[in-house]
Write a protein that binds this ligand. Structure first.
Ligand code: HPA
Length: 271
């Protein structure tokens, strides 16, 4: 058996139902998984082939169950490239989700606001991304069973899911921003000069995750919804230093908005 088959079989044994939606929960946003009903929780470190998360604020487990009547599998904590994992490891859980039967992937993250009209605490619907790293999880031999050699990313973020998210934001009177997410490797935050550059090339938010998972999700044919929580203004926009504590504090403040938003979308995803 391959590692992918082993991990899938290991998780499948503990499930009674096929998960329909995958959720990847970013820094400070893991509490969404605490709302899952009849949860089966599986720590990453017991799953064959799974890496183990090391970053503060990342619990490191799969939580599988029902949310708003939908069968979901959530990653409470994700793997980051800056932790030293290869992109194979970073994106392995997405491949496992696909094998488990997931059709839609909701990816979330905390991100710095590059667009100066944003404010910390805003939620941003990701409409597209810029891979600013020169890295790609699909480099190397292609497994044609998983997906094509040259995947199309012209609609990486599913238009129908974007439409649904916008409708839900309106229904909830939520000031939903939209924009382009830029992936940098981290772990340093950017310099003010880098942020000026990202503004010029069309970035609206910047972070250290999400893009590799989205690329692999598209490779295996999952429909993707991406949501950034703007946790801080990016470097140089306000005259103040950035720190991880601020990122976590802001995500905790938008917790209620974020929970309501994602749960309401989930409740309508099959409608
Ligand atoms: N830059 C990069 N990643 C981030 C930021 C930022 O300003 N905030 C949260 N994640």
């Amino acid at each position: 058996m391959t590692q992918l088959q082993e991990a899938t079989a290991f998780i499948q044994k503990q499930l009674s139902e096929k998960p329909h939606v995958g959720l990847i929960l970013g820094s400070g946003l893991g509490m969404l998984a605490d709302e899952i009903e009849h949860p089966v929780k599986i720590k990453y470190d017991v799953i064959p082939g799974f890496p183990v998360s090391t970053v503060e604020g990342h619990a490191g487990q799969l939580v599988i169950g029902e949310l708003e009547g939908i069968s979901v599998i959530a990653m409470q904590g994700r793997f980051h490239f800056y932790e030293g994992y290869g992109l194979d490891a970073v994106t392995f859980p997405v491949r496992v989700m696909k094998q488990l039967g997931v059709e839609k992937l909701f990816v979330t993250n905390a991100a710095g606001g590059v667009n100066e009209s944003f404010e910390p605490g805003n939620l941003m619907l990701i409409t597209d991304h810029i891979n600013n790293t020169g890295q790609n999880p699909l480099m190397g031999p292609n497994d044609n069973e998983q997906g094509v050699r040259f995947p199309d990313l012209s609609q990486a973020y599913d238009r129908k899911l974007q439409g649904l998210a916008k409708d839900v934001a309106e229904e909830l009177s939520l000031d939903l921003k939209t924009g382009v997410y830029v992936w940098n490797t981290g772990p340093t935050y950017e310099t003010p000069a880098e942020i000026k550059m990202l503004q010029k090339v069309g970035g609206d938010a910047v972070g250290m995750s999400t893009v590799p998972e989205v690329i692999v999700a598209r490779h295996v044919g999952l429909d993707v919804l991406g949501i950034s929580c703007i946790s801080n203004m990016a470097a140089g926009i306000l005259d103040q230093p950035l720190n991880h504590e601020e990122v976590i504090e802001t995500t905790e403040k938008v917790r209620e908005d974020f929970l309501r938003f994602v749960k309401t979308i989930l409740g309508k995803v099959n409608a």
